[in-house]
Ligand binder design. Structure first.
Ligand code: HCA
Ligand code: CU
Length: 380
């Protein structure tokens, strides 16, 4: 899983998200932010999608970003001819290989697919550009068909082959097996694209890397067709555990929140409460038992260190599950002095009120302050 690379597709797959409409300025702002974050590739909507899509693609190519710029096209010469003139560094080509797509989408057989693929690949390569060939709906395609087409394109020479779980049906074990099998028949890098319909998009990306894939398609917050694909932030959470030095040195993780906010605002959604890393409660600890251990050593209940992402942890003490260690820490923050026994006593008062109604910080602070005044008033 070391050395993986990111194909960032917020400006391609992400544009297929129900709410997405990016102006040219917004696309440029997002592309710059992705580049600054450190993604390896930025994938853009096909220039044949619309006149403005083509102009936007050309404009982003002219920005001179560190990330390589890709566009994403159907496996057809009409698309390829336009794509190579936009100024991109590479072209991602895709064609459906499952019986569903062959029957209900383009209506072509594997023989046609292989001929079209060879023609497009040779053409893109002749222009000196990177080329990736991918099969749409790979997990519902015939394995023999898949291996044949990948062997063919690998032989003529591509930078990467891609597999796509277009409908989000794959599970981690199937992903691992397919990647291992492909790895044994091709010599180029393997890229993977996972939709999240059944909630496996991050896990599938991880097992793909374990199986020997090198590149993962992501988008900010996972936005894409339907409920989207592997989210950039969620994959970072998974990968910082697996490859901490690599992830920390390569990506500007403290920019993640701003990047997510930028995209969330652009597509008019909130960052989900349970989002990895940036969800509002991602580093909030509540139960007394948890709070005590967190105060002693955060690793007891944290696999991610919030400071790696420019975030801070929070101990939620204004509730009936709180414990005296959390309250003692609040007493310290308020610059008051109570003995451990006194902290335990005031904690009991807080829990009592917490049994009656939800508490806020002010409730707790005033209970602490009243108690403090009471115990420190000299007896006359
Ligand atoms: C789509 C295409 C795609 C392509 C993935 C890829 C998919 O259905 O819109 O290029 O690898 O999910 O199959 O996003
Ligand atoms: Cu997709």
């Amino acid at each position: 899983v070391q050395n993986f690379q990111l194909i960032e597709s917020t400006l391609r797959e992400g544009e297929q998200f129900a709410n997405a409409f990016f102006t040219t300025e917004k696309k440029i702002e997002i592309a710059k932010a992705l580049d600054d974050f450190g993604v390896d590739y930025i994938e853009l909507t096909s220039p044949v999608a619309s006149e403005q899509s083509k102009k936007d693609c050309e404009a982003i190519c002219k920005l001179g970003l560190k990330a390589k710029i890709l566009t994403h096209i159907r496996c057809h010469m009409d698309d390829a001819r336009v794509a190579v003139e936009t100024g991109v560094d590479g072209v991602d080509v895709v064609i459906g290989t499952s019986k569903f797509l062959r029957q209900y989408s383009h209506g072509k057989d594997m023989n046609y697919i292989s001929k079209a693929a060879i023609e497009v690949i040779e053409f893109v390569k002749s222009k000196g550009l990177e080329i990736r060939f991918s099969s749409e709906d790979s997990f519902r395609s015939d394995l023999v068909d898949l291996l044949n087409i990948y062997k063919t394109v690998d032989k003529i020479g591509v930078n990467r082959i891609g597999i796509a779980d277009t409908v989000g049906c794959a599970n981690p074990r199937q992903v691992y097996e397919l990647v291992r099998t492909l790895k044994s028949v091709v010599s180029c890098d393997i890229e993977c694209h996972f939709h999240n319909d059944t909630g496996c998009a991050i896990a599938n990306a991880y097992t793909a890397l374990e199986g020997g894939a090198r590149l993962i398609d992501v988008s900010v917050l996972g936005i894409g067709e339907r409920n989207g694909i592997t989210p950039l932030g969620g994959l970072m959470a998974r990968m910082i555990v697996a490859a901490p030095d690599y992830v920390k040195s390569k990506y500007k993780l403290h920019k993640l929140r701003d990047l997510e906010t930028l995209v969330a605002e652009a597509v008019e959604v909130n960052i989900p409460f349970n989002n990895p890393i940036t969800g509002f409660c991602a580093f909030t600890h509540k139960a007394g038992i948890h709070a005590k251990a967190i105060l002693a050593n955060p690793s007891t209940y944290e696999i991610l260190n919030p400071s790696d992402f420019g975030m801070t942890r929070y101990i939620h003490f204004a509730n009936r599950l709180t414990g005296w260690n959390a309250i003692k820490s609040r007493v310290d923050q308020l610059n008051l002095h109570l003995t451990d026994a006194q902290c335990k006593e005031v904690t009991a008062k807080i829990k009592k009120l917490g049994d009656i109604r939800p508490l806020n910080i002010d409730d707790v602070d005033s209970i602490i302050k009243d108690y403090h005044a009471e115990v420190s008033t000299p007896v006359i």
